[in-house]
Design a protein. Structure first.
Length: 116
């Protein structure tokens, strides 16, 4: 189970780093995507920094399990809020990404618990 935990956490960390990097560009298409979900451009950098911290937390948690539980739980909450933003703003079509990332966060937390 530990190998599965490392794989899921690493994949999730890579996805978070990619998403954070996109947010940090403030490219017009990225800003438009987040605006459609109701996220103002001024939030992109702080949200990106949160995601980078979470990615680092997932990697560090491979050695220190308690951090993995905290990080996974926080990510599940983060993506639940993201799903809510999409749904509230009539952008359900684009809610798939945060749904998948929320599920990966839950999977990482669950695997963290059962692999130690």
């Amino acid at each position: 189970m530990f190998v599965a935990y490392v794989i899921v956490s690493s994949l999730l960390a890579a996805a978070l780093a990619y998403t954070a990097a996109r947010k940090l560009t403030h490219a017009p298409d990225v800003v438009a995507d987040y605006a459609r979900a109701g996220v103002p451009e001024r939030w992109l950098t702080p949200l990106a920094l949160l995601l980078l911290a979470a990615a680092a937390g997932l990697i560090i948690a491979i050695a220190w399990a308690p951090l993995g539980l905290i990080t996974s739980g926080a990510l599940a909450a983060y993506f639940a809020v993201a799903i809510g933003f999409h749904l509230r703003n009539g952008d359900a079509r684009h809610a798939g990404t945060p749904v998948v990332l929320a599920l990966l966060s839950i999977a990482a937390g669950t695997l963290n618990l059962v692999s130690r």
